[in-house]
Design a protein around this ligand. Structure first.
Ligand code: ACO
Length: 351
C-alpha cells in the first residue's frame, strides 16, 4: 500500500515585485539581495487575497491534473504559518471555497518544513485508511507582516517616495522584507492498495524549540493584550530573525538529516535522482549541496523567481519539475526543509 501523488499545482500572488522596487522605499540594492540570497524577484498578493485563496487556486489546478472533483477529496491537510486569521485555520475556510464535502480539515504549522511534516501526516492518514484521496496544501501570504507605509508603490501601482521616517522604518526590517514571497501550492495524494514501488517511502523529522526566539513573531498569546500600540511600535508584530543563526542551523541540520534518512535505506546521494530543498536562501542550498556532494544536475532551485514562500517552496519546485519533464516516472526524490521552531526534516518519494 502506497500514498501516490496524483496531481500538483501552484499559484503566486498577483503582483510581481522585482528587487529594484525595494530600492525605492529602503536602503538596499538589487545587488545586495542577489549576492546574499540569490533572490531576483518575488510575488505579493493583491489586497483582499488570503492564504486560503492561494490554497484554493492551487488545489483546483492539482485536482484537475489528478482528475478528481470536490466530491472525491476526503481530507485536507493545510500547512501554513500565515493563516487568514488567528483562528480558525485556513483549511476549513478553503474547504468551503472549494465546495468540498464536510470532510476533516487540519491546519499544521511547521513553517518552512511544513510541507515535509504534512507529507508524513498525510501518508499516515492514508495508510491508516482514514482517508483515500487527500488534498495537501502549502500556502503563505507573508507580505502583510511588513510594516510598509505605501503598498501601491511596492506593488508597482504607484511611484511615491517615502518620507525619511518611513524609509528608516522600512530599512529596519530590510533583512526580512526582501526574502519572502506569497504563493500557494497543492498536491493530491491517493492511497493505492496495489502499489509497491511508487509513492511516499519514508520520512525523518525533528524539532528543537530551545532557540525558537531566533526566528519568531514576538506578539501573541504570551502577552496580555496580544496586540497593543507598544507591540506595534517595537515591531513585535513583525517576524524577528537572527539571520546568521538560521543560516548556520540550515547548513548543519539539512545535510545531517539527509545522511541519516538515506543511511537508513542503504542509499547514497548518487542514487537520488532529484533533491528538492526548501528555498530560503540560494547560498544555504549551495552550501548543503557541497556538503553532501550532490551533482548540480540533481538539484533544483527556483528561489530566484519566487523568494522564500515557506510551506509552498518545495511543492512549487516539485510541480515545476513534474510539468517540465525534469522528473520522470519512477525517479527517486528527496525533499528537505528547515525552518522556524526549529523544525526540520526530509522525505523520500518515488514519483
Ligand atoms: N539590504 C542591504 N543591506 C542589508 C539588508 C538588505 N536587504 N539586510 C541586511 N543588511 C545589512 C545588515 O544591516 C548588515 O549591515 P551592517 O554590517 O552595517 O550591520 C549587513 O547587511 C550584513 O548583515 P548580515 O545579517 O550579517 O548579513 P548576512 O550575510 O547574514 O545575510 C541574510 C543576511 C540574507 C538574512 C542571511 O543571514 C540569511 O539568509 N539567513 C537565513 C534566513 C532565513 O532563511 N530565514 C527564513 C527561514 S525560513 C522560516 O522558517 C520562516
Amino acid at each position: 500500500m502506497r500514498s501516490v501523488v496524483k496531481g500538483s499545482g501552484f499559484v503566486v500572488g498577483e503582483h510581481l515585485v522585482p528587487n529594484a522596487r525595494f530600492e525605492k522605499i529602503m536602503d538596499t540594492s538589487d545587488q545586495w539581495i542577489r549576492e546574499r540570497s540569490g533572490i531576483e524577484q518575488r510575488y505579493f498578493v493583491a489586497d483582499g487575497t488570503s492564504t486560503s485563496d492561494l490554497g484554493a487556486r492551487a488545489s483546483k489546478i492539482a485536482m484537475e491534473q489528478a482528475g478528481v472533483g470536490p466530491q472525491d477529496i476526503d481530507y485536507v491537510v493545510f500547512a501554513t504559518m500565515t493563516p487568514d486569521h488567528f483562528f480558525p485555520g485556513s483549511g476549513s475556510i478553503m474547504q468551503s471555497k472549494l465546495g468540498l464535502r464536510n470532510i476533516p480539515a487540519l491546519d499544521i504549522r511547521q513553517q518552512c518544513s511544513g510541507f515535509v511534516y504534512a507529507l508524513q501526516v498525510s501518508d499516515a492518514l492514508l495508510k491508516a485508511k482514514v482517508a483515500k484521496t487527500l488534498l495537501l496544501v502549502g500556502a503563505e501570504t507573508h507580505s502583510p507582516f511588513m510594516p510598509f507605509s505605501d503598498w501601491p508603490t511596492i506593488l508597482g501601482l504607484a511611484d511615491n517616495a517615502p518620507t525619511e521616517e518611513q524609509r528608516a522604518l522600512h530599512t529596519a526590517v530590510r533583512d526580512r522584507a526582501v526574502l519572502f514571497g506569497d504563493a500557494g501550492a497543492a498536491i493530491v495524494l491517493q492511497r493505492d492498495e496495489e502499489e509497491t514501488e511508487r509513492g511516499l517511502i519514508d520520512f525523518e523529522l525533528h524539532a528543537d524549540g530551545s532557540n525558537y526566539n531566533k526566528l519568531y513573531v514576538p506578539s501573541g498569546m504570551a502577552h496580555r493584550p496580544y496586540v497593543s500600540p507598544e507591540i506595534i511600535k517595537q515591531l513585535d508584530h513583525v517576524p524577528h530573525m537572527d539571520g546568521k543563526f538560521v543560516f548556520r542551523m540550515a547548513v548543519t541540520k539539512m545535510p545531517e538529516v539527509v545522511r541519516s534518512l538515506l543511511g537508513r535505506h542503504g542509499l547514497t546521494v548518487d542514487q537520488i535522482d532529484h533533491f528538492i530543498f526548501h528555498q530560503a536562501n540560494l547560498r544555504i542550498n549551495e552550501a548543503v549541496q557541497q556538503s553532501l556532494g550532490i551533482k548540480p544536475d540533481r538539484i533544483y532551485n527556483n528561489i530566484q523567481k519566487y523568494g522564500n514562500t515557506t510551506a509552498a517552496t518545495i511543492p512549487i519546485a516539485y510541480d515545476e519539475c513534474r510539468r517540465s519533464g525534469r522528473i520522470k516516472r519512477g525517479d527517486l526524490l528527496c525533499f528537505v526543509g528547515l525552518g522556524a521552531g526549529f523544525h526540520w526534516g526530509a522525505a523520500l518519494l518515488r514519483d
